[in-house]
Design a protein around this ligand. Structure first.
Ligand code: DCS
Length: 515
């Protein structure tokens, strides 16, 4: 009887057959001499993974930030973290309604009848109602939820997708995730059969992709975005890239599209998206649509956001064999709740048996964190007309949106005014990715300092101004071109100073290294 309940996994059985596994893996002479786990013995995939947005530059920035507490001689009075799209780190205010609901879910005692009178002085009725509804489904935020995410929230996400796209969505095909990152990592892990499994990624790209491919030991298949066409994507380039890799024996099986782009900020046209979907069908590749910046769209008339799900469905039944995973997050948009780790993944046209495996992998982590799930519920199901919070919610969201748009323009104007710098406008997202034509003398100095020229520039900028940006090499760029990525998230009232510090630094740098 016990045997049927305690099924021993094949891996465990193999280990039991080989009790001396430990000694076999490590030569006897090393036992007892030094650490078992070193950077030499560790998983090489982890050792080799690189993630620039939390890499060398931000580490130096953190050190400078610490130094500033005691040393007032640094030449600047604060470090400005433009390395990461983390709005609340740069003083963006959280959306009031979101925090009201979250705080009531965290402290349900406030909802007790005896506290109602006081509560109503502090909280609007719709926040109270929402918290009560969520708690009815959740029980407690301290309990594990369904591994795929609370069914009630997944139903709300599905309704949101139906309103957004005009096509049906199935809550069973939605997985709530800890930020979009967890969804992306899981799907990349699922797609990797062996080291020949190839995933097409844009260059420049957000390094979550290259880092995860390194972790799972899959092969990145790069395709280049065209800087001179506002970081446009050409399907001919996709074709060249897939053909070239397949000719080398790579088993290309998926294409990653980041729309709106990070670090490049471009928004795809619907026509371009149709071509991409058609490409996926012809080439038999799964489409991964990273749509975390879907509401960060600053030219909504000329370059509106379209979801891949909507475009795919609008192309009719003929395309029902195109497999699509799409990702969204509560970290971006006007919400910026990065620390709460909310998001979801929608699976379209994915094999049911694969969905079972996806459920299994989600269940190994038990469940996505419940605070993130609550944020996902609020993001996809915010106050509507007639709700007590509607007006204030809209005011806050529009205020952040308009400010982001102004800051995007201000910063691109600043960059385009710098000698030897060109910068495309941000159609979307939170970043600019200017190109700097560095003088030869600066490139030689970088060589002596043993860093890439773009890292050399970014380091000098950091040391001189406290502004932390990320060198283009962290995202990938055309060979012998140099870029950096900066967010446009610094506070608006400090923005003029921020721009003029960059301008001063840049002209000094160019003077110093002029050929
Ligand atoms: N996809 C894209 C395109 C992103 O830019 C990010 C985060 C993510 C996914 C994952 O974010 P979450 O896991 O928080 O949902 N952007 C990083 C960046 O470039 N700066 O900040 C984080």
């Amino acid at each position: 009887m016990l045997r049927t309940f305690c099924r021993v996994s094949p891996a465990l059985k193999a280990a039991q057959r080989q009790p001396s596994l430990y000694l076999v893996a490590r030569p006897a002479s090393t036992v007892g001499k030094g650490k078992v786990l070193t950077t030499a013995t560790m998983n090489p995939q982890i050792r080799n993974a690189e993630y620039a947005v939390r890499g060398a530059l931000p580490i130096r920035a953190e050190a400078l930030n610490k130094q500033l507490q005691t040393d007032k001689q640094l030449g600047f009075d604060r470090v400005v973290f433009c390395n990461i799209g983390n709005p609340q780190q740069l003083a963006q205010k959280p959306i009031t309604y979101f925090r009201q609901v979250a705080s009531l879910c965290d402290n349900p005692d406030l909802l007790k009848p005896e506290n109602r009178e006081t509560l109503l002085k502090l909280y609007p009725q719709d926040a109270i109602d929402r918290a009560e509804l969520l708690l009815k489904h959740l029980g407690s935020v301290g309990a594990y939820s369904h591994s795929q995410g609370l069914p009630h929230i997944r139903e709300n996400v599905a309704k949101f997708l139906e309103r957004r796209d005009g096509f049906s969505a199935n809550p069973e095909h939605i997985y709530l995730t800890q930020g979009a990152s967890a969804g992306v990592q899981t799907v990349l892990q699922m797609l990797t059969e062996n080291e020949k499994s190839g995933i097409m990624i844009p260059i420049p790209q957000y390094p979550l992709y290259s880092a995860t491919l390194s972790l799972v030991n899959a092969t990145p298949v790069p395709y280049y975005l065209k800087e001179e066409q506002n970081w446009g994507l050409s399907v001919e380039d996709l074709k060249k890239s897939v053909d070239g890799s397949r000719a080398k024996g790579v088993d290309v099986r998926a294409l990653v599209i980041i729309n709106p782009g990070n670090p490049t900020g471009q928004c795809l046209s619907e026509e371009n998206m149709r071509e991409i979907i058609d490409f996926c069908q012809k080439e038999n590749v799964v489409l991964l649509a990273d749509e975390v910046y879907q509401t960060n769209v600053y030219m909504p008339k000329e370059r509106p956001f379209h979801s891949f799900k909507k475009v795919l469905r609008s192309m009719g039944d003929k395309y029902n064999d195109v497999e699509l995973f799409s990702f969204h997050s509560t970290s971006k948009g006007m919400i910026g709740e990065c620390g709460r780790r909310g998001g979801y993944l929608e699976c379209v046209n994915i094999d049911e048996k694969v969905l079972e495996q996806l459920y299994k992998i989600a269940s190994i982590s038990l469940c996505p964190n419940v605070h993130g799930q609550i944020m996902t519920d609020l993001m996809t199901n915010p106050p509507v007309e007639g709700d007590a919070s509607f007006e204030n919610y809209n005011k806050e969201v529009n205020g952040i949106y308009e400010s982001l748009r102004r800051r995007a323009t201000k910063l691109s104007t600043c960059f385009n005014g710098l000698e030897n710098v060109t910068c495309n406008d941000a159609e979307g997202a939170m970043y600019l990715f200017p190109r700097v034509r560095l003088p030869k003398k600066a490139i030689d100095a970088a060589k002596i300092a043993n860093v890439s020229p773009d890292a050399f520039y970014a380091l000098q900028l950091l040391e001189a101004t406290g502004v932390c940006v990320i060198p283009g090499s962290g995202f990938g760029q055309e060979p012998y071109t140099w870029h950096f990525r900066s967010t446009f998230l610094p506070e608006e009232h400090l923005f003029d100073d921020f721009c003029s510090n960059i301008e001063k630094f840049h002209s000094g740098f160019m003077e110093k290294y002029r050929d």
